[in-house]
Design a protein around this ligand. Structure first.
Ligand SMILES: *Cc1c(COP(=O)(O)O)cnc(C)c1O
Length: 380
């Protein structure tokens, strides 16, 4: 089956009992045993739930992995994956990851004896030089949040194999519609399903896809032991979102391309970050490994905080809000919003400047989006 078909049909559906075409929401904590010591396949919803199972199977199939796991949030998914490690282990992480990921690694995991090195993952020699005896994991995003930097998946998979590291990608921005990391040899895929997979800004959720039986078994153990799993109704919302993922991603991308082209060269704009632009440093690698460049566009506005504030106050079709990947276009200021949890000197080091604005391009008519940007960018 192809992507669009998997999105609609994967997992155990339609429902066996009454033929409901929409996956039933099994809003139950516990399941009645058939006999002593004999279940009907489910016993307690933390461990497993039929609605969650359909979502997990669907995401796993879309990513081309072994098994899927659905979590309460993207951060719950990340926290669970990090429990694959133990005190004394070392992680190499991309330096421009989501602010919450940076906070979890830097301000939480270090208290449990996990060491972290943040690094721009664009140079094989530098990455290999950062590998230590206790390095166990390499964690990254591509395109990254919010700078849309591109990481070469083949290179990471190769380094990971050579040094026996677990490679983990946060595939939230690209989604499996544009990028299939497992085809390049990446070990684990993480998602904030809050974003494109759900796509309607009405749920928070996370997911993980594994590539081996050993990892699948351990993830199921951790999900159950930590209790980080997603609720049935939330799973149903994400399932409904995924049914239209392909259509939405095509349109998000078409709109984002038009917006990036419009901003590129605009008088009030200093720099545009979009991997689809030929001038983007990761364009060639992105073109090789991705089927499309996605729906996120960041840019630096001319001027400082005053220019940022003026722009964010003036937007009308775009809403000033964190998060991304929904049908409605959003604009935000990483410095004070999505990446406020990153230490200021770290933000500066990785290039998240004060005048950076991140746009999540929605599914409105693109002419309305561009007209809105035009009036908001007017310098007087
Ligand atoms: C939002 C986001 C997360 C965190 O997900 P939540 O669902 O908000 O917990 C992780 N990674 C990326 C790239 C994100 O954009």
């Amino acid at each position: 089956m192809r992507f669009e078909t998997i999105s609609v049909h994967a997992g155990d559906r339609p429902d066996k009992r009454y033929g409901a075409i929409s996956v039933p929401i099994y809003q139950t904590s516990t399941f009645v045993f058939e006999d002593v010591g004999k279940t009907r396949g489910f016993d307690y919803s933390r461990t497993a739930n039929p609605t969650r199972k359909v979502l997990q199977d669907t995401i796993a199939q879309l990513e081309g992995g072994k098994a899927g796991f659905a979590f309460a949030t993207g951060m719950a998914a990340e926290a669970t994956v990090l429990h694959l490690l133990k005190a004394g282990d070392h992680i190499i992480s991309g330096d421009d990851v989501y602010g919450g990921t940076y906070r979890l690694l830097q301000n939480v995991m270090t208290d449990f004896g996990i060491e972290v090195t943040f690094l721009r993952l664009n140079d094989r020699k530098k990455i290999e030089a950062a590998v230590k005896k206790n390095t166990k994991m390499i964690w990254f995003e591509t395109p990254s949040n919010p700078l849309l930097n591109i990481v070469d998946l083949e290179m990471i998979a190769d380094i990971a194999k050579k040094h026996k590291l677990l490679s983990v990608i946060d595939n939230t921005f690209a989604t499996p519609f544009f990028l299939k990391p497992i085809e390049f040899g990446i070990d684990l895929v993480v998602h904030s399903t809050t974003k494109y997979l759900n796509g309607h800004c009405d749920v928070v959720g996370g997911a993980v896809v594994t590539t081996t039986d050993e990892l699948s078994e351990r993830m199921q153990f951790l999900l159950n032991a930590l209790g980080t799993c997603a609720a049935p109704f939330d799973c149903w919302l994400v399932l409904r979102g995924i049914e239209t993922l392909a259509c939405r991603m095509r349109q998000h991308e078409a709109n984002a391309k038009a917006v990036a082209d419009y901003l590129n060269g605009h008088r009030a704009v200093k720099k545009v970050f979009y991997p689809g632009l030929k001038t983007h440093p990761g364009h060639i690698v992105a073109k090789r490994q991705m089927k499309g460049f996605g729906g996120m566009v960041s840019f630096e506005i001319n001027g400082g905080m005053a220019a940022v504030t003026r722009f964010l106050k003036r937007i009308k079709v775009f809403s000033l809000a964190e998060s991304l990947g929904g049908v409605a276009s959003l604009a935000e200021h990483p410095g004070t919003m999505s990446h406020a949890s990153m230490a200021p000197d770290h933000r500066k080091k990785v290039g998240i400047n004060e005048n950076l604005i991140r746009l999540s391009i929605g599914l409105e008519n693109v002419d309305d989006l561009i007209e809105d940007l035009e009036q908001a960018l007017k310098q007087r």
